[in-house]
Design a protein around this ligand. Structure first.
Ligand SMILES: NC(=O)c1ccc[n+]([C@@H]2O[C@H](COP(=O)([O-])OP(=O)(O)OC[C@H]3O[C@@H](n4cnc5c(N)ncnc54)[C@H](O)[C@@H]3O)[C@@H](O)[C@H]2O)c1
Length: 459
């Protein structure tokens, strides 16, 4: 970490290094996975679960030519019809996913069903010899963690990817590089929240469909806010700290929306990591002022980052710690990193945007390109412009999955990333339900031999 309290040229060089290290995610997968039939050809994929998320992913996939949608499956006719119309060309439709899995021309499956169906569907996809992308949280119950890991070991050449798109975001990857390079000093805390204002209830015309449509409200199908929202951010903290927590404790309540739901409408969670680091997490349904983001705090600085959505762009800001212990001791000159533009101490307070690879100088840049990059960075420093991710991380994760299928690579958000995340969700809900610290090591004993023992006969 530089010892000056303002952003220095040295810091900028380091941040540029972090951004440069963020190579195209699709090139970052490890080898060792079976290739689909013909290299350089499109991957034939299908969807199981074509509701809100499935249709959204289909829309993004329509811009990606590494694959072609050949089939869709949904048990709910209106959703199946809507999804089929959104594809833009004729696609086979199914109500029973086992019929779809019997097709030999389907290489890969995207699963976007409610959480309770993730494991059975993913298991059957693997048993059918196909690659699988499953939305987060990857699995629902402790026994499914062990079962999916065992199944993967039996089918190591099939890709399993989890829908954790932050892992594919340039901003998050730069943040991770900055953490690893020590640019935030010693990272001790992550604070994250996802706050909304409202019940989140979907309208239901036919009351018999309430549980099917509003499945997120019922524990039989869902892990509630922890699975739906916190899962993304627990994963960010685990990733930034580079380890799993030691234990979690928390409080959840159904305090506002007493509408028949049995999942919490607000959760407050605290995670302790092995070296004393903490994740402080909050998700509420009664105030959206703070919106959703993660704040990564170290002795030398802070990153506030959000993946954004289709209406709000992703953003990552870096704040230097003005009174970092080292900075006070060193008293070095306030060198300016943009070669001419002054980065004042107010910039330190307001923060500085994370630089993405497209803004980093390359020795091969033409004069014009170099000047453009300089101008952009100067505008960032003045708060006039903010860097934009060149591609939506959802597009990258979807395309990356197809590349992994085609080229025999291991995904960035692989099975272990997904299972660690699911472990966090399961144990967090348990901690709130039982009002105690739940240790992550407990997962090893949970869900083993879950067959209920026969009841003892009465004397
Ligand atoms: N990564 C993200 O940011 C993100 C965002 C939203 C949702 N998700 C995840 O996507 C998944 C789906 O969420 P959603 O909002 O689209 O739910 P949804 O209710 O809108 O859609 C789920 C669809 O699955 C169908 N379905 C249920 N069981 C099925 C089965 N056995 N076979 C075929 N189809 C079946 C339902 O009929 C429905 O159409 C959830 O796991 C959710 O957590 C992820």
């Amino acid at each position: 970490m530089s010892e000056s309290p303002v952003v220095t040229r040295r810091d900028a060089v380091k941040m540029a290094g972090a951004a440069t290290a963020v190579a195209a995610v699709s090139r970052m997968a490890a080898p060792g996975i079976l290739k689909v039939r013909a290299a350089n050809s499109q991957v034939n994929y299908a969807f199981i679960g074509a509701g809100s998320r499935g249709t959204y992913l289909l829309k993004h996939l329509s811009k990606i030519d590494a694959g072609r949608c050949v089939a869709l499956c949904d048990i709910y006719e209106p959703n199946l019809k809507k999804a089929a119309e959104s594809v833009g060309y004729k696609t086979a439709t199914y109500k029973d996913y086992r019929e779809l899995l019997a097709r030999r021309d389907v290489d890969a499956i995207y699963v976007a069903t409610p959480l309770y169906a993730h494991f059975p569907v993913t298991r059957d996809v693997l048993l059918a010899g196909k690659h699988v992308f499953c939305e987060k949280s990857l699995v629902f119950k402790p026994e499914e963690i062990h079962a999916l890991r065992a199944l993967h070991q039996q089918h190591p050449s099939q890709v399993i990817q989890t829908g954790l798109q932050r892992r594919y975001s340039s901003f998050y990857r730069v943040a991770k590089q900055m953490v690893d390079k020590g640019m935030l000093g010693h990272v001790t805390h992550v604070r994250a929240q996802w706050h909304r204002n409202g019940a989140g209830r979907r309208p239901v015309k036919d009351p018999s469909l309430e549980r099917q449509i509003n499945w997120r409200f019922y524990r039989e199908y869902s892990g509630g806010l922890t699975a739906e929202l916190a899962s993304h951010q627990i994963d960010v903290a685990d990733w930034m700290f580079g380890m799993a927590p030691e234990f979690v404790c928390g409080i959840g309540g159904i305090d506002t929306f007493k509408d028949g739901r049995d999942t919490y409408d607000n959760v407050q969670l605290l995670y302790k990591y092995p070296k004393g680091q903490k994740l402080i997490y909050s998700s509420i349904s009664t105030n959206a002022h703070l919106d959703f983001s993660e704040t990564i705090m170290g002795t030398g600085g802070t990153i506030v980052i959000t993946v954004g959505d289709d209406n709000n762009p992703a953003n990552g800001m870096w704040f230097r710690e003005p009174n970092a212990p080292k900075a006070q001791a060193a008293g070095k000159s306030k060198e300016n990193w943009t070669a001419g533009a002054t980065v004042s101490s107010s910039t330190v307070q307001k923060g500085f945007p994370l630089l993405l690879p497209q803004d980093v100088q390359d020795p091969n840049d033409s004069f014009l390109r170099r000047e453009m990059k300089f101008a952009r960075r100067w505008l960032y420093s003045k708060g006039v412009m903010v860097p934009e991710e060149p591609r939506n991380p959802v597009d990258i994760e979807l395309e990356s999955f197809l590349h992994c299928c085609r080229n025999g690579q291991r995904p960035v958000a692989d099975i272990e990333v997904g299972l660690m995340d699911s472990t966090g969700v399961i144990l967090s809900n348990l901690a709130m339900d039982e009002g105690r610290r739940v240790y992550y090591s407990e997962i090893e004993k949970m869900g083993r031999g879950t067959q209920p023992k026969p009841k003892a006969k009465r004397a």
